[in-house]
Ligand binder design. Structure first.
Ligand code: FRU
Length: 490
């Protein structure tokens, strides 16, 4: 394929060509195949002319590009973001003879209005027929979009969450058949407003360490995120089939950097399991001008993430988000030391074809975090230009940081440094891990208590890594490892 440009991520999904933004329509089908659709401009490397691109995967790392699934009906139309469901029981009446019928629910954007439309697929989600009596939710607003639909088993109906963007309202609708929709409640003005709400998701999340679940509403806000542009916030709470209530008044962000937006959860994940999401790893502040456009494509999805909720002593509920089954793409060990102590690991990975690595450092035996002055730090460098990205964690404070500033790209909105404070729980263990994949880095503290996705654009490939541990005492041990990742595309 054409996935060979030096900035092309190899374990993250990016479009074959053109411009991509939000993930759409994500579902797992009955044969174990994941379907990812996405906002797609196939003819240019900037947003516009919105189609639904389509790709499929059995493991969320090795993707097969499929034909475009949904096309606008004319130059003034855009097929905006939305979701897709498998209508196993033929509630819609479209599928008298099959159990794998798929219905896509999306926003039809025109200069005059945004309406909610549906399209149905007889072939399991590859080709769609637009419903003859669209729209299913009419509107005269130009700011009403991004329907996310799921089946709510206890009340036996479909539920839609959708954004009234400039009113800072999430509408909740229900339907017996995906065609007739009734508004049932609104969730209004919670958290950080930014200037718009977009792309809501409502999902039942397992609680760490118990059989119970909680609901999670996440909302993308753009523009107006705390670090500028776009970000995602979330609210743990309860949901009874018609109304969502947040547990408290706190604003919680999914990410401490600024390339995590418009994420979606897969429908069809069996109950009680950690929920799987994919986010768009970009930011509307600069997405249309990032350097990958020179390679004929723009934008990358986050790693597939596994998510659950936990309850932390100090701050209460928190979303844990970590890479889903990264071992699928872990290929060969480049460095490993089970008891590094204070020391440095150096890796030249110029011969790794993917240019993608996974690393982790596990610190154990921290007697008392306040007495420790240690840190774990990593740097990825280009041996030819000296450009680098770096990051690390301070073991005493639990701070984690990331710096993408030492790369060539200058843009006033391209914030270079990010940091966040982790919550040391006294368990004596601390872990930092991450994936670096040519033009994107994702880092995780304590397996996803904190996480960040950040794109970066070196003028030559990064090919050397240093991972170092400093200032820890005798009873503290550190195991570190660096692995080469295989490529989905080469
Ligand atoms: C979010 C968004 C959605 C909209 C889509 C258009 O990034 O603005 O609200 O449906 O992108 O491409």
């Amino acid at each position: 394929g054409n996935y060979v440009g030096p900035l092309r991520p190899q374990v993250h999904f990016s479009p074959p060509q053109g411009f991509m933004n939000d993930p759409n329509g994500m579902f797992l089908d009955a044969d174990g195949l994941y379907h990812l659709y996405y906002q797609y401009n196939p003819t240019d490397v900037v947003a516009g002319n919105q189609h639904w691109g389509h790709a499929t995967s059995r493991d969320l790392y090795y993707w097969t590009n499929q034909q475009i699934a949904l096309f606008p009906g004319g130059p003034n139309e855009g097929i905006f973001s939305g979701s897709a469901v498998v209508d196993v029981n033929n509630t819609s009446g479209f599928f008298p003879n099959q159990t794998n019928g798929v219905v896509a629910i999306y926003t039809l954007n025109t200069p005059e209005r945004q309406t909610q439309d549906i399209a149905y697929s007889y072939d399991g989600g590859y080709t769609f027929i637009k419903y003859e009596n669209n729209p299913v939710i009419p509107s005269n607003s130009t700011q009403f979009r991004d329907p996310k639909v799921f089946w709510h088993a206890p009340t036996e109906h479909w539920v839609m969450v959708i954004a009234y963007c400039v009113d800072f309202e999430i509408g909740i609708f229900t339907s017996p058949n995906l065609i007739d929709w009734t508004p049932t409640s609104n969730f209004t003005r919670h958290g950080t407003l930014g200037l718009q709400y977009e792309c809501p998701n409502l999902v039942e999340m397992p609680m760490d360490g118990s059989n119970s679940t909680m609901w999670l509403l996440w909302i993308s806000i753009n523009p107006g995120a705390p670090l500028g542009g776009s970000i995602t916030e979330y609210f743990p709470g309860t949901f009874n089939g018609t109304h969502f209530a947040a547990v408290d008044a706190a604003t919680r962000l999914t990410d401490f950097a600024k390339d995590n937006y418009a994420g979606q959860f897969f429908g069809g994940i069996p109950g009680g399991q950690n929920q799987i999401s994919i986010n768009w790893a970009s930011n509307w502040q600069y997405t249309n001008v990032v350097p990958t456009g020179d390679e004929g494509w723009r934008s990358v999805m986050s790693l597939p993430r596994e998510n659950y909720l936990t309850n932390l002593t100090r701050i209460g509920y928190a979303l844990i988000s970590k890479p889903y089954n990264i071992s699928r793409v872990v290929e060969s060990e480049l460095a490993y030391n089970s008891s590094l102590g204070n020391g440095t690991v150096f890796v030249d990975y110029s011969s790794v074809p993917s240019g993608a690595l996974y690393f982790e450092a596990n610190v154990t035996g921290l007697a008392d975090s306040s007495s420790v002055d240690g840190s774990v730090n990593f740097t990825f460098t280009s041996s030819s230009t000296g450009e680098s990205i770096s990051g690390g964690t301070f073991l005493a404070s639990g701070d984690i940081w990331l710096n993408r500033g030492n790369t060539r790209w200058e843009n006033p909105y391209f914030t270079d440094k990010f940091s966040a404070t982790g919550l040391y729980d006294g368990a004596g263990a601390w872990r930092i891990s991450g994936v670096v994949d040519r033009s994107i880095v994702e880092v995780f503290l304590n397996d996803g208590e904190l996480s960040a996705s950040s794109v970066f654009f070196p003028s030559a490939p990064l090919d050397q890594m240093v991972l170092s541990v400093k200032g820890i005492n005798e009873i503290t041990t550190t195991s570190v490892g660096v692995w080469a990742l295989s490529s989905s595309w080469l």
